[in-house]
Design a protein around this ligand. Structure first.
Ligand code: 4AD
Ligand code: MG
Length: 476
């Protein structure tokens, strides 16, 4: 007999037909009701067993997280909340889970505790919902770009250049760390290394995506990205996934329009295709906030927040306007900000959150940042002080997107390369794009996990990637 996945089973008309289901036990109540889950949906299937007909020894093996194969008949459900249930005629234990040892009990565990059990946490409702949404989100992203004429481009993971110029890279080397070959002047001789030069894990696929855009017109990358920044926060990972569209013949305005349209599409897609998972996560947050003070609770529920973002225009302001707003704000005047607000300094997340959560109450796109706090490749504005940059700030998260129009003038770009002492020899190919058929172009980078934090309402970025990598943490 062919097995039916639980998600499909819920769509069937119950007519006492025989079905075969497989899954893991979530709970077993009163020696009679098994809540079975096979990962296909957040909803558990209720299986009713006739314990008088079941062998005593079999009964003892129906424990949380045991894997079962069950044959039975599909009947209308007696309980509420589900349409059908299965009355078991045959139960086979495929794999036991000793209740004395299985670490995840059918009770509420903290997310921190579950992080230490990353190999089992996907069996909980919360994490299975998060990772089903993660899948749909990845699919939605490809769908959006494909239907809008973009080409998916694979940028390399091992690179010889530092795209962001921030120096936060993981070295890739096969040299003996204890006894590396040395040059005559006492330095490590990287010429002897695997690639014959110093190489690192990529911090961004943008520079390569620009090559794609300047030939194919519209491309995007979507791949793993690595940053060795020592940021032990709820919003940083050492290994994360980034989506980087790059488009020829558009300016900053076109870039903002693309980002806004894209974000609204992928969020709507999740709302449509993962409604059950979102409802579960929404409810989970409400339960969590029950005992909190009103002031600490989120202003809106999860679904409400998503709907709000999809239905409203993002606010667009310049960095200079943002600085003025912040300097005139209550928290600034009362000395409540930890970091200073001054033209020329980067916005800190407390400032970003003020703009989004207190001032505008919706996503905000901040443009035209000071040149000196942004990367070398951004298009220089005529004021000689700012660049055509854009950051998109989301409620509860802060920066989700960073992007810009790119400097297309070889001369201006070279000036920045020299001023910032960027190693030219690593970037000759990038610079040549400005020599042969240069044109205005723009793009942005979206942190996949930052977006996942937003759509799931989870509080820590380590809980929206299956196996997080962060400072001092690369288990599993
Ligand atoms: O703002 P960033 O550094 O921009 C770039 O890398 C550009 N090359 C993108 C481009 O224009 N093509 O990073 C882009 C986004 C951030 O807005 C953030 O969402 C995410 O990547 N990000 C991180 N996410 C998780 N952990 C980290 N350590 C991150 N660093 C950046
Ligand atoms: Mg950024």
């Amino acid at each position: 007999m062919k097995r039916t996945e639980i998600k499909q089973l819920f769509l069937l008309e119950p007519q006492n037909q025989e079905v075969l289901v497989k899954g893991w036990v979530r709970t077993f109540r009163a020696n009679r009701f098994i809540a079975l889950n096979d990962g296909s949906t957040i909803n558990n299937l209720q299986v009713v067993v006739d314990f008088e007909q079941l062998d005593e020894s079999l009964l003892k093996r129906i424990n949380t997280s045991a894997a079962l194969s069950i044959t039975g008949t599909l009947v209308p459900s007696q309980g509420k909340g589900q349409s059908v249930e299965v009355v078991a005629t045959e139960v086979e234990v495929l794999g036991d889970a000793d209740p004395a040892e299985y670490p995840i009990q059918p009770k509420k565990h903290s997310l921190e505790f579950l992080r230490e059990k990353a190999h089992l946490r996907m069996r909980t409702s919360t994490f299975s919902a998060v990772f089903r949404i993660r899948h749909t989100m990845a699919y939605a992203i490809h769908h959006y770009f494909h239907t809008n004429g973009f080409f998916y481009m694979h940028s390399p993971i091992v690179t010889g250049s530092d795209a962001e110029g921030a120096g936060e890279m993981f070295r890739v080397s096969t040299l003996d760390p204890v006894n590396p070959p040395m040059t005559e002047d006492g330095n490590v001789d990287w010429k002897e290394d695997f690639f014959g030069k110093e190489t690192n894990l990529t911090v961004s696929g943008q520079l390569e995506a620009e090559v794609g855009a300047m030939s194919l017109g519209k491309v995007y990358t979507f791949g793993p990205t690595f940053r060795a920044e020592n940021s032990n926060t709820t919003r940083h990972l050492a290994e994360f996934w980034m989506i980087e569209p790059e488009v020829a013949f558009i300016d900053l305005e076109g870039n903002m329009d693309l980002a806004e349209d894209f974000l609204k599409f992928v969020i709507s897609f999740i709302m449509e295709h993962n409604a059950d998972d979102l409802a579960f996560l929404d409810n989970r947050i409400q339960q969590e906030e029950k005992n909190m003070k009103q002031a600490d609770r989120r202003p809106m529920g999860l679904m409400e927040t998503l709907k709000f973002v999809v239905e409203n225009e993002f606010e667009r302001i310049t960095y200079t306007e943002a600085i003025n707003i912040l300097r005139n704000s209550k928290p600034y005047k009362k000395g409540k900000f930890e970091y200073d607000v001054e033209w020329g300094k980067d916005l800190q997340s407390e400032h970003e959150r003020y703009l989004v959560e207190k001032k505008f109450l919706k996503p905000v796109i901040v443009t035209d940042y000071p040149r000196d706090i942004k990367a070398f490749y951004m298009k220089q504005n005529p004021d000689d002080k700012t660049v055509a940059a854009m950051d998109i700030l989301f409620p509860g998260i802060g920066e989700v997107v960073g992007g810009s129009q790119r400097e297309e003038s070889l001369e201006k770009l070279m000036n920045r390369v020299h001023e910032m002492e960027i190693p030219e020899e690593d970037l000759w190919w990038y610079l040549e794009l400005r020599k042969y058929g240069t044109a205005p172009h723009a793009g942005f980078g979206l942190g996949f996990e930052r977006l996942m934090l937003f759509v799931t309402g989870m509080g820590n970025i380590r809980d929206v990637i299956p196996f997080p990598r962060a400072p001092k943490s690369a288990d599993f």
